[in-house]
Write a protein that binds this ligand. Structure first.
Ligand SMILES: *[C@@H]1O[C@H](CO)[C@@H](O)[C@H](O)[C@H]1NC(C)=O
Ligand SMILES: *[C@@H]1O[C@H](CO)[C@@H](O)[C@H](O)[C@H]1NC(C)=O
Ligand SMILES: *[C@@H]1O[C@H](CO)[C@@H](O)[C@H](O)[C@H]1NC(C)=O
Length: 365
């Protein structure tokens, strides 16, 4: 009886000890906090006491192992702490490499704090359980860790709106679970890896507003799940790969403001793409006469290129065209009559060589 009592007591105290976070995880979190300064909301005031798994703002642990699993610190959120402060978050400092001691970390989200600077610690590529890396909206600089490709569980990389430079590491294409890649608005240069198509699970690839050069790798067109490809505002050159128009679920293709040349592949205009921006390149040739019921565009922006010839008759067979911009090209001849043209304004056709008819002035003058 007595021994059973003691066994129960021992079990209870052991349970209490393993229910709180390991001291080493707690120490790593405190070192991480010490490298940051968050003056307005006081989120780190909650980071005290022995058990970092309970009531530490933005920290959550695995229910079984009690290891820290997620750090979720968003500077823009609906959380009451923001409503009380009546402002969005602001935080300075840097991301301490001590987070790499949180070896069971599954998500690291330090988003929209505007002022967190320094580099992404190299050692994040040793966090082999990491699924989500979201550091959007800070002032992070330096390169993307070269061996990020080791993180084979990663599904989300979001480093948008930072000052990250260097090129896209070739190891990145080893991330066979990656679904969402957002590197918009940084200072990335170099070319896209030729074997980009190895990212089999990718559905969104957002790389606009960088200084990426080279061509669009043909392998991109083999990514079956790719729905959103945004390469706009870079230095990308060469032709548009025609198979882009044959992709199963590609809905948004923004490749505007680059140095693309050659013709518009006919496949693009009779495809699953509904949001197509090819503006501000050096595309040439005529507009292919391939519009049909499959052509459904909320946006079709072909402005600021060197396109010439007539607007094809088949244009009026498109099932929908919301926003059209053909301005600043060398189109000539009558604007076809029919449903997609009824609601369009003259600005959609402005600055061409000799277009005429509604909504421009009548032909034959
Ligand atoms: C990608 O993974 C393969 C197999 O695991 C490995 O041999 C290769 O070195 C990796 N590539 C890069 C660039 O890290
Ligand atoms: C298409 O791209 C151009 C150039 O980057 C941009 O100015 C324009 O707003 C975009 N069009 C639409 C409809 O978003
Ligand atoms: C449009 O695409 C469909 C399906 O890929 C194809 O069957 C059809 O012939 C194409 N239309 C034109 C005008 O190219």
């Amino acid at each position: 009886m007595t021994s059973l009592f003691y066994i129960t007591l021992i079990l209870l105290s052991v349970t209490a000890a393993v229910n709180s976070c390991p001291p080493s995880d707690r120490a790593a979190l405190l070192a991480f906090k010490n490298a940051l300064h968050e003056p307005y909301l006081g989120i780190f005031n909650t980071w005290n006491g022995l058990d970092c798994c309970h009531n530490w703002y933005g920290v959550s642990c695995d229910p079984k192992s009690h290891r820290v699993a997620d750090i979720t610190l968003r500077g823009e959120s609906e959380d009451p702490i923001f409503e009380r402060a009546k402002r969005t978050g602001y935080m300075t400092g840097y991301i301490s490499p001590s987070i790499c001691k949180l070896t069971r970390l599954s998500s690291l989200i330090i988003a929209d704090w505007k002022g967190v600077s320094g580099e992404i610690p190299r050692c994040v590529s040793s966090l082999r359980f990491l699924r989500v890396l979201d550091l959007i909206g800070n002032r992070l600089s330096g390169d993307i860790p070269t061996d990020i490709g080791r993180l084979h569980r990663l599904t989300v990389i979001n480093l948008a709106d930072n000052l990250i430079s260097g090129s896209i590491p070739s190891s990145l294409t080893n991330l066979s679970s990656l679904m969402h890649l957002d590197l918009r608005n940084n200072r990335l240069s170099g070319t896209l890896p030729q074997n980009f198509g190895r990212l089999r699970m990718l559905s969104r690839a957002l790389l606009s507003q960088n200084q990426i050069s080279g061509t669009i790798p043909a392998s991109v067109t083999t990514i079956y799940r790719l729905a959103d490809l945004d390469l706009s505002m870079n230095q990308i050159s060469g032709p548009i790969p025609a198979p882009l128009g044959k992709m199963a679920v590609l809905a948004t293709l923004n490749i505007d403001f680059n140095k693309l040349n050659g013709p518009i592949p006919p496949t693009l205009l009779n495809s699953s793409i509904s949001n197509l921006n090819l503006s501000s390149n050096s595309l040439e040739g005529v507009l292919p006469d391939v519009f049909g019921p499959r052509s459904y565009f909320t946006v079709l922006d072909l402005s600021h290129n060197n396109l010439k010839g007539q607007i094809p008759e088949s244009f009026s067979k498109a099932s929908f065209i919301g926003h059209l911009d053909l301005s600043h090209n060398h189109f000539c001849g009558p604007i076809p009559v029919g449903s997609p043209f009824d609601h369009l304004e003259a600005s959609s056709f402005a600055f061409n060589d000799c277009l005429c008819g509604k909504p421009l002035s009548p032909c034959g003058h």
